[in-house]
Write a protein that binds this ligand. Structure first.
Ligand code: ATP
Length: 342
């Protein structure tokens, strides 16, 4: 490993929507930094903490037994003001005054845009760690928090299925993922949902209420009367799950109930996969700092740690798994009858 300069002090922050595993990533950053003889200063409330000089030293003793908790012990925030040039300049001056050589930003694409913005005004190294339940970043097989969010959504869908089945009802379960349907697709597949309404599919061909009703009728005709569970990504239907359920009841007399999972998807114990991914990526971020690189995300591809240019993480597309989509749509829940080949 070639070290370009002796890094002595690094900063770390968690930014944007909190994600299960952020604490595990923070712990890994602190333990790895300590291992390599670096000091860590944590900024509270994301970029807001950089502007307010709200920081605290972090030593291994400060991160004991935090990896099993969701949320983030150093707090996260959205900070609109950070988008201004003056704010980035202020943050740069604050980092310099603290003699910080490198900054680790744990967050999603917005947080990485913030990191890039800061880098135009600050000479230190900046490394991103992908911490978001959305899984919408290019360059890493998964983001920290995604696996846990899918697990929670699947668990809720299983429970909904019990009651939906008992009453032969239609349920619409609203999940997070306003811009990307990863949680919707994976939880629908894992729980055997009959239909998904995802941003990627809506962009291609928006569903109409009559198409939804036809699919419910067709499913009932094939399998007999029973439950029908639909996974709806947030903001993909005017008025969301509640409005869609009301419409189906009022216009088509279908017994239908909405269920909004909301922020439940961000809490509880992070899954083993998220704890392990966060641990690996936190250490990888520190090792990338030692290599002298900057403006990259510490990612994971096919089990290997990689460095991906920060800009690529939001400029390049991370598409949904087309095979999962095909299986869910064409094989498990076909809209049209597939002609038999023999
Ligand atoms: P998630 O999508 O999981 O909520 P995120 O990191 O994408 O996470 P955002 O709210 O989009 O969350 O961004 C977090 C913060 O990053 C913003 O509140 C802001 O402080 C900063 N940020 C976002 N976009 C920019 C930008 N273009 N320039 C500077 N800073 C930005």
């Amino acid at each position: 490993m070639s070290e370009s300069k002796q890094i002595q002090r690094i900063g770390v922050l968690t930014s944007g929507g909190d994600a299960p595993g952020m604490n595990a990533a923070l712990r890994a950053v602190v333990l790895a930094a300590d291992h390599y003889g670096m000091e860590v200063i944590a900024f509270r409330h994301g970029y807001q903490g950089l502007l307010d000089n709200d920081h605290t030293p972090m030593k291994p003793a400060d991160v004991m037994h935090i990896l099993q908790y969701s949320g983030t012990v150093i707090k996260s925030a959205r900070c609109q003001r950070f988008k201004e040039v003056e704010a980035a300049q202020e943050a740069a001056a604050n980092l310099d005054a603290l003699n910080i050589d490198a900054l680790v930003v744990i967050g999603g694409d917005g947080s990485f845009r913030g990191a890039e913005h800061l880098s135009a005004h600050w000479g230190g190294q900046i490394i991103g760690v992908p911490g978001t339940i959305d899984n919408d970043l290019f360059g890493t097989d998964a983001t920290i928090g995604y696996a846990t969010a899918v697990h929670i959504a699947m668990d809720a869908l299983d429970k909904i299925r019990d009651t939906a089945d008992a009453m032969d009802r239609v349920f619409i379960v609203e999940v997070m993922g306003r811009y990307a349907g990863f949680i919707g697709l994976s939880s629908a597949m894992a729980a055997g949902a009959e239909r998904m309404i995802l941003p990627e599919l809506q962009k291609e061909k928006p569903l109409t209420i009559s198409t939804i009703v036809k699919h419910i009728e067709r499913t009932n005709a094939i399998r007999g009367e029973g439950s029908y569970v639909m996974v709806l990504s947030e903001h993909q239907w005017p008025g969301g799950a509640v409005a869609l359920a009301e419409q189906l009841e009022a216009e088509y007399h279908l017994p239908c109930r909405p269920c909004l999972l909301g922020h439940i998807q961000r809490g509880g114990p992070p899954s083993p996969a998220d704890r392990i991914l966060a641990s690996e990526l936190g250490v990888h971020a520190i090792e990338l700092i030692r290599e002298g690189v900057t403006k990259v995300m510490a990612g994971m591809q096919a089990g290997n740690p990689v460095a991906v240019p920060l800009r690529d993480t939001w400029e390049k597309k991370n598409p949904l798994d087309s095979n999962l989509l095909r299986i869910q749509h064409e094989i498990f829940n076909p809209v049209k009858k597939t002609p038999r080949t023999h």
